[in-house]
Ligand binder design. Structure first.
Ligand code: OFO
Length: 172
């Protein structure tokens, strides 16, 4: 049976993963409308991954005798100024998620829930990768600045990056 404090913080994390998925979906749609097809494909995939992160938590909470709460995502319109704004928002969001995952791990240790602590290690590793990826994308955009040719190549690279990720996932 899940300890109440652990259940509550896991439900908070479910809400965090749902809002990540929602935010990246808004980014993907913005990129698609702005003509950045590669970036849109990358972000649609990223949004799907965040939904999987949420589902994994929902199932874990329910399987351990808790009650997963599916959040109500009542947010206003999300819009972006440019690609740099998109990826700066993405990085800031990932940093927040990393902090909230660290909070979950902290509560698990305090409550001596080593099973959930062990389960959360996957999220800890995932955040490390996601933050590093967001930082490297933002570094590239800072180098390119407003150069149109550079932005074209950036968008094409993200399309290929998405294709590589899907191929690697299928091979594993
Ligand atoms: Fe859910 O992995 Fe980042 O946010």
């Amino acid at each position: 049976m899940l300890n109440k404090k652990v259940e509550d913080i896991l439900n908070k994390q479910i809400s965090g993963e749902a809002s990540s998925s929602h935010l990246y979906l808004a980014m993907a749609s913005w990129a698609e409308n702005a003509g950045f097809g590669g970036t849109a494909a990358f972000l649609y995939t990223h949004s799907d991954e965040e939904r999987q992160h949420m589902l994994k938590l929902v199932k874990f909470v329910n399987e351990r005798g808790g009650k997963a709460i599916i959040p109500d995502l009542s947010v206003g319109t999300i819009s972006f100024k440019n690609l740099k704004d998109v990826f700066k928002t993405l990085l800031d969001h990932e940093i927040e998620v990393t902090n909230s995952i660290n909070e979950v791990v902290h509560v698990c240790l305090n409550e001596k829930d080593y099973t959930t602590h062990n389960f959360m290690q996957w999220y800890v590793a995932e955040q490390l990768e996601e933050e590093a990826l967001a930082r490297s994308i933002l570094d590239k955009l800072n180098l390119i600045d407003n150069d149109k040719g550079g932005l074209y190549l950036f968008d094409r690279d993200l399309e290929n990056f998405k294709a590589d990720t899907v191929a690697n996932d299928q091979a594993n």
